[in-house]
Design a protein around this ligand. Structure first.
Ligand code: APR
Ligand code: PHB
Length: 389
């Protein structure tokens, strides 16, 4: 087999890149380790920056999103039982969009299938070879059959646990990591959201987040010890703890119901440099991870895809490789800003096991400065709605 671009990973990064390239006549093959059903079963965040909305529009895939998504002009920050609002629309001129990132992935799968573009599921033993040489190719096994695909480029969109990043020689990779000493327990419930916008809460008992998917589907999170499992949190215990972490007027209006999904995710900041190795280009979680506090995971993968898509099109249509040569530096510049913002939100809103009295006063001052200073709010709003690509 031969293809112009082999995409490792059928998550949102790989599918979005694949669809954008396919629409411009570039041959792509997507190799996905799991089944479509498994990929779509992954619960993901629900906030889209305008940049991602524009990319979905550019891919011709924004119809359902524009029909079903909710627009939020701001968000609420609660601490010490009080709350204040950050008005994104007033401060930046743009809102954010609430639309399950799983739905983005679903729309992308539907598009790939409708285009009859090649995707191989349940692939194994993927190897990325000769990306520094003259014959880049990928080998993989499907069942008992071994395959080889010769290509021009490989897009490593295979997430944090994929093979792409490992293809860059360890001596040439620089990896930066910060692991947070807690996780997020997330619950999805078929209940009306507690508020018309998101509420990020810093309480003495720990962080809580009230989000949503639509008017009848709510998504809640509470900070929990890394040693916990979902079985440690029966629904009633979860609802009681969530209530204790919210301002009274919200705790009183919380509508509870059976969880339809319950999971715990660890929090990590991670960046791999460079994001390019010869003809291999890393996108999304293959290269970087953020704590979910700033909802930057998919939104930062989207800017990687934007840069790589345009760089590849300049190569194929104009014979220009400046975009490809600048890809890693350009993508990393925005990645690190997303890492900073996600780290800042996480430090401001969570209670850390080793926090001293001084640390708590600093955290309280950070929140008070954000509450009282319009420039601080503007800076947060610009990061939250999405820095320019
Ligand atoms: N071969 C083929 N596929 C692989 C391999 C492999 N060796 N290893 C992993 N994969 C697949 C995974 O099964 C997964 O479907 O690659 C895909 C990677 O998808 P994600 O982990 O979702 O990463 P990405 O597409 O970059 O998504 C970025 O989207 O919703 C957000 O929070 C999410 O931050 C994440 C972001
Ligand atoms: C979500 O709705 O899942 C969500 C929203 C905002 C975040 C993280 C997760 O910061």
């Amino acid at each position: 087999m031969r293809s112009q671009v082999v995409i490792i990973g059928g998550g949102p990064s790989g599918l979005l890149l694949g669809h954008l390239l396919h629409r411009r006549g570039i041959d792509t093959v997507v190799l996905e380790r799991r089944t479509r059903a498994h990929v779509l079963s992954r619960i993901r965040a629900g906030i889209l920056e305008q940049g991602l909305v524009k990319l979905m529009r550019e891919a011709g895939l924004s119809a359902r999103l524009e029909r079903e998504a909710i627009t939020h002009d701001g968000t609420c920050i609660a601490s010490d039982g009080e709350e204040f609002r950050i008005d994104f629309k007033a401060l930046t001129g743009v809102p954010v969009v609430v639309y399950g990132q799983t739905e983005v992935t679903r729309d992308l799968y539907d598009a790939r299938e409708a285009a009859d573009a090649p995707i191989h599921f349940e692939v194994e033993d993927v190897e990325i070879l000769d990306v520094e040489g003259t014959r880049p190719h990928v080998t993989f096994r499907q069942g008992e059959t071994q395959h080889r695909i010769d290509c021009d480029f490989v897009a490593g969109c295979d997430g944090f646990h994929g093979v792409s990043r490992q293809t860059i020689p360890v001596a040439r990779r620089r990896e930066f990591e910060k692991v947070y000493p807690f996780g997020w327990l997330g619950v999805l419930s078929e209940t009306p959201p507690i508020h018309h916008e998101l509420i990020y809460a810093n309480s003495p008992r720990g962080f809580a987040l009230c989000s949503m998917r639509n008017a009848a589907l709510s998504r809640y999170y509470i900070q929990c010890p890394l040693s916990d499992t979902p079985d440690d949190w029966p629904d009633q215990m979860f609802w009681g703890e969530l209530r204790r972490r919210l301002p009274a007027e919200h705790a009183e209006t919380l509508v509870i119901g059976p969880s339809v999904e319950k999971s715990i995710a660890p929090l990590r900041s991670f960046v791999c440099e460079p994001m390019r190795w010869g003809r291999l280009f890393l996108c999304g979680d293959a290269a970087h991870i953020v704590p979910p506090t700033g909802a930057k995971g998919l939104n930062t993968a989207a800017s990687d895809v934007h840069y790589l898509y345009h760089a590849l099109m300049e190569h194929y249509e104009d014979g220009e490789d400046a975009g490809l040569d600048a890809y890693s530096e350009r993508a990393l510049a925005r990645v690190w800003k997303a890492e900073r913002f996600s780290w800042w939100m996480t430090n401001m809103l969570h209670r850390f096991p080793e926090q001293t009295g001084f640390d708590l006063r600093i955290q309280r001052a950070e929140l008070a400065f954000l509450r009282d200073n319009s420039d601080a709010q503007a800076a947060m709003a610009q990061n939250y709605v999405g820095l320019p690509y």
